[in-house]
Design a protein around this ligand. Structure first.
Ligand code: SME
Length: 163
């Protein structure tokens, strides 16, 4: 009987699956939708997984996601996603009740991690947002593992933004 995988082992398994699922795939929507599907279904404690894309200067719009309805547009000035976009750096919120800038798409969300997605030129193209109903659900191991997965978006065919 195989032992249940630890969370870090599961991230490695997911990343290996994505390597095969996304081989030669360059379409941004197909890649984002596949990453979201794998993460959402692999980790029951992830209640919302999705991308917000940079669609105009200092404006994010929802992209592929799984979970309840996510807000459609987030200016860089708002939310945990906006702070991630402004800073170009990962955000880990252990308890959203202590984060006044947090935008609650679900009343049950307690913790969140958001990572910047940059293209091969280092330009911010999106953020990956993951919510959990568990407080403190995310830590440095999650950030490192998710950053490794997000590297798969670095060289895809991003739409030509006229920012
Ligand atoms: N919590 C995010 C907004 C997106 S919903 O969680 C899907 C934020 O504060 O930016």
């Amino acid at each position: 009987m195989a032992h249940p995988q630890s969370r870090s082992e599961l991230y490695v398994t997911i990343n290996k699956r994505l390597e095969h699922l996304l081989i030669d795939e360059k379409d941004e929507i197909a890649v984002m939708a596949t990453v979201v599907c794998e993460l959402y279904h692999a980790f029951p404690q992830f209640t919302w997984v999705g991308f917000y894309r940079v669609v105009a200067p200092r404006l994010l719009k929802v992209g592929p996601y799984q979970g309840g309805h996510g807000c459609l547009a987030i200016p860089f000035e708002r939310g945990v996603c906006g702070k991630c976009a402004r800073d170009g750096a990962p955000q880990i919120v252990a308890d959203v009740r202590n984060a006044p800038h947090h935008i609650a798409c679900s009343a049950s969300t307690r913790s969140e991690i958001v990572l910047p997605i940059k293209d091969a030129d280092g330009e911010l193209r999106a953020v990956l947002d993951i919510d959990s109903d568990e407080p403190g659900a995310f830590g440095e191991p999650d950030r490192e593992a998710l950053e490794a997965i997000c590297l798969r978006l670095r060289n895809i065919r991003w739409v030509n933004l006229k920012l």
